[in-house]
Design a protein around this ligand. Sequence first.
Ligand code: KMH
Ligand code: ZN
Length: 304
Amino acid sequence: MNLQGKVIITCAVTGAIHTPSMSEHLPVSASEIADAAVGAIEAGAAVVHLHARDETDGRPDQSIEAFRPFLGVIKQASNAVINITTGGAPTMSVAERIQPAKHYQPELASLNMGTMNFGLFPMLNRYEAQLKHQWERDYLGNKSIIFRNTFGDVEEIMTTLGANGTRFEFECYDTSHLYNLKHFFDNGLVKGPLFIQTVFGLMGGIGAHPDDVLHMKRTADRLFGDNYRWSVLGAGRNQLNIAAMAAAMGGHVRVGLEDNLWAGKGRLAESNAQQVRAARQIIEGLGLAVATPDEARELLALKG
Ligand code: KMH
Ligand code: ZN
């Protein structure tokens, strides 16, 4: 397989950061999540990163049951790589967060590489007038969220899911998270090629300046050499410019409504597929090509 110039698009379909009142296009029910994922795959996403929500009010739901209906539909409709979150929502316990990936044993699961402050509250000002649910106000307004990912937590997720052949999308929100990953790599708990998702522009993590992107890339190059695949996720309005920067530098990209609700200034994205198409246009405009799911499997050494 010639993998030269092949760029993996991951689509993060709904997540746990945005809430339903922020955009009518955010998938909430299982059928909305399934439709959105299949649309994104048809548009060119090789990987879908999945969270689930409670159908009644859209709050994040990390139960095994909540994932079942849309996983079935997506697997039936495509051969895309399934990536199940172990981040869940930053307010959930680690025991709760690990459940669905442990149960469904996907090819990929996210793994957040360090404990951090998680600042959702800047979004409260922006969206407050349109929030329909009290849970959304409480969630977004919480200035004391600690997203817990201790060394013990990370090791537990790594070894429990790793025993099933699940590999990881290592979410690195700052340079220290790369060093944390290096510790596990040096101790043989994970093997290359590591799929490193560097995350930019979330409050509590590194910023979204081009210098930040370069610094994360250079640090990862120095720590991991050829043993990793680099992907980027730019939060909010930073999504596409960071995707373009990374694609031009040989990286992979993540888009989706989990990370950004918008399609441009003042224009809500109408679907996940719309963002995948926008990323695809950039990739193809650079003379590169989007990776198929099987090419992504080979690039990331997935179990298939
Ligand atoms: N929400 C993203 C910034 C996870 O699901 O493990 C990171 C994420 C976390 O996708
Ligand atoms: Zn996620």
